[in-house]
Design a protein around this ligand. Structure first.
Ligand code: OXD
Ligand code: MN
Length: 597
């Protein structure tokens, strides 16, 4: 089947022959990343109704796609880490025996491309040729996947040239099958560099370069090879002197990660010359540079962002990124001008539209059901982003000054605090948690632990992952290691009002963080770490919203609440048994002792 292959790599050819023989396509197409081929695939996608071409004057090269209604989000319950033993996957992952899992998946995948075309996508996570980057091949029967991968990764035959005969590439097999939710599986085989995804057409399950490779497989590769794959945005803060300092930050879903990555500085800061640059909004690959500092790249080439709530006020840079060459998934189709709409875009829902499920919708009348799915997405090329960092393509990455962890805690965590040292910082990341909001199903205010925001994305035992963090720190000169912080933009007062305005004003907190990294500002030592003196957070221009007094209450540490939380941490840690790094147990004991005083 593989005539005219653009590579002689025997490991690639053997794997492809084997998988093509399994799925039995009618036709095989190598994806070369060219404009001509992309255009032809778009046209073909439109001819079958898989893609809808939008208004080319208002949204040039933009398309709309609807997934099956049973297939609109990542499926954590059907995501498996298939390591030789269950222990290696750990208590926070679903596990299946690799041999049994392959057998089950091959049974599902068998002959599933019959009557269809197989697309072979050679892609790179990270700039082609960068020492950070890794290659992958995704075999898929979906044009939608191909078009998204062309945005989200670097696709082309140069990836194959760079790889040569090496076996260091990630195998990815995606089969749409018939989108049967009962037979949907997203399986990672870290020891085999392999991902198999069946019966889904939703981005997070099928764009295999993203969560499956760049986090689950890569976190395991990082453990074996001495680097880190993290669920972190990367942003650069430029001061009025033109110096740029970089921060990596991890937040669970629904905490405004893309907004933080692309934030607009408050007016006063803009006037002084502050700028914020986006390197990445979701994933960081991090390794030690020749100067002993940690450097990070964003392995992706685009943004796969949640559409609802994105508007010219909440995130103009994200919205502007979607204005050309973007793919919209499960948003509302505005028939008035053949564009798109979603809840929170503006206050003018179209009256003549098609909702995300494909049925007629009138925003003025159908107010009881949304026009766009709450998890509808845009896939946008990073180059479109007005605040994209000039370092985005730098193969050496950017030097990291600070790691920031965060979550959504109504009462517990203060606006910001700094860990006492690296290991305490690893503890702070390991106890990350978010309280459920009314937007999610289930009870409100339930604490969900999400260490380093990696809960659904860590490709091996989370306890070993924490040990890896500790080992990375042990290999760094403490003077050069990034400082580690925790933020909470979601603290509420007794009436349930948010106490901090968030969005661009979060720069005020980042400014304190960077001053701490440079040793330019003091801090108070508390039971949980270093906290700012209220006077050291700049609230100029926030009159009416935040006062020194209200700032003091957002910075307050209630030891009783922390002691309660320590019980939850203890329970969570207990899942890991003896595998829990002793360093973390010690940090928990210190927290309890400090709060009992
Ligand atoms: C994402 C996620 O889509 O974290 O980035 O769920
Ligand atoms: Mn994410």
């Amino acid at each position: 089947m593989l005539t005219n292959a653009p590579t002689k790599n025997p490991t690639i050819l053997a794997w492809l022959e084997d998988k093509l023989d399994l799925v039995k396509p009618d036709k095989v197409v190598w994806i070369d990343g060219s404009k001509e081929q992309t255009e032809a695939l778009r046209a073909e996608g439109c001819s079958t109704g898989e893609m809808i071409k939008l208004n080319q004057d208002l949204l040039p090269d933009c398309y709309l796609h609807r997934t099956a209604v049973n297939d609109v989000a990542r499926v954590e319950a059907r995501t498996f880490i298939c390591t030789p033993t269950e222990e290696e996957a750990g208590p926070t992952n679903h596990w299946m025996d690799p041999a049994k899992c392959y057998e089950m998946l091959y049974d599902i995948a068998k002959d599933s491309y019959k009557g269809r075309t197989a697309y072979i996508i050679p892609y790179s996570m990270g700039p082609v040729g960068s020492p950070f980057s890794k290659a992958g091949i995704e075999l898929t029967d979906s044009i939608y996947v191909v078009l998204n991968m062309l945005i989200m990764t670097r696709v082309g035959f140069d990836v194959l040239d760079c790889l040569g005969d090496s076996d260091d590439w990630v195998r990815g097999l995606h089969c749409k099958c018939d989108i049967d939710a009962e037979k949907r599986y997203i399986c990672q085989f870290p020891q085999d560099n392999t991902i198999i995804s069946v019966n889904s057409g939703y981005g997070g399950n099928v764009l295999l370069g993203k969560k499956c490779f760049a986090l689950r497989i890569a976190s395991y590769q990082g453990k074996m090879e001495g680097w880190q794959a993290e669920h972190m945005l990367i942003l650069g803060v430029e001061n009025p002197q033109g110096e740029v300092k970089y921060i990596c930050a991890a937040f669970p879903s629904a905490c405004g990660k893309t907004n933080l990555a692309m934030m607009i500085p408050p007016e006063g800061y803009k006037a002084k010359g502050y700028k914020v640059w986006t390197v990445g909004d979701d994933i960081s690959w991090i390794r030690k540079g020749p100067d002993g500092r940690l450097y990070a790249i964003n392995p992706e080439n685009g943004f796969f962002g949640v559409a609802p709530g994105t508007n010219m006020k909440s995130n103009p840079n994200a919205l502007l990124s979607t204005k050309k060459g973007a793919i919209f998934t499960n948003v509302c189709h505005n028939l008035e001008n053949n564009t798109v709409w979603w809840e929170g875009l503006d206050k003018n829902p179209p009256e003549n539209a098609i909702d995300w499920t494909g049925i007629p919708w009138n925003g003025k009348v159908d107010t009881d059901r949304p026009g766009a799915n709450p998890n509808s997405r845009f896939t946008a090329p990073a180059v479109n982003c007005p605040c994209l960092s000039s370092e985005f393509e730098n193969p050496q990455g950017v030097p990291i000054s600070a790691f920031v962890f965060g979550g959504r805690r109504a009462r517990l965590a203060p606006l910001v605090y700094q860990s006492r040292d690296w290991n305490h910082g690893v503890f702070v990341g390991s106890i990350m948690a978010s309280e459920t909001t009314a937007a999610a199903t289930g009870a409100v205010g339930v604490v969900r632990r999400d260490p380093m925001a990696m809960l659904p994305f860590c490709g091996y035992n989370m306890a070993d992952y924490w040990q890896h963090w500790i080992d990375i720190g042990a290999g760094l000169d403490p003077e050069k290691a990034p400082k580690i912080f925790n933020v909470n933009w979601f603290r509420k007062d007794d009436e349930g009002h948010f106490m901090w305005p968030g969005f661009g004003d979060n720069l005020r907190v980042l400014e304190w963080i960077l001053k701490r990294c440079e040793g330019k500002v003091g801090a108070q030592e508390t039971a949980i770490g270093y906290l700012p003196f209220a006077e050291d957070i700049n609230i100029e221009g926030l009159e009416g919203e935040v006062t020194l007094d209200s700032l003091r209450s957002i910075l307050d540490v209630d030891k009783k609440l922390w002691l309660d939380d320590a019980k939850g941490i203890e329970e969570f840690y207990a899942k890991f048994g003896d595998r829990l790094p002793p360093v973390l147990r010690k940090e928990l004991d210190t927290l309890k002792a400090n709060c009992a005083e």
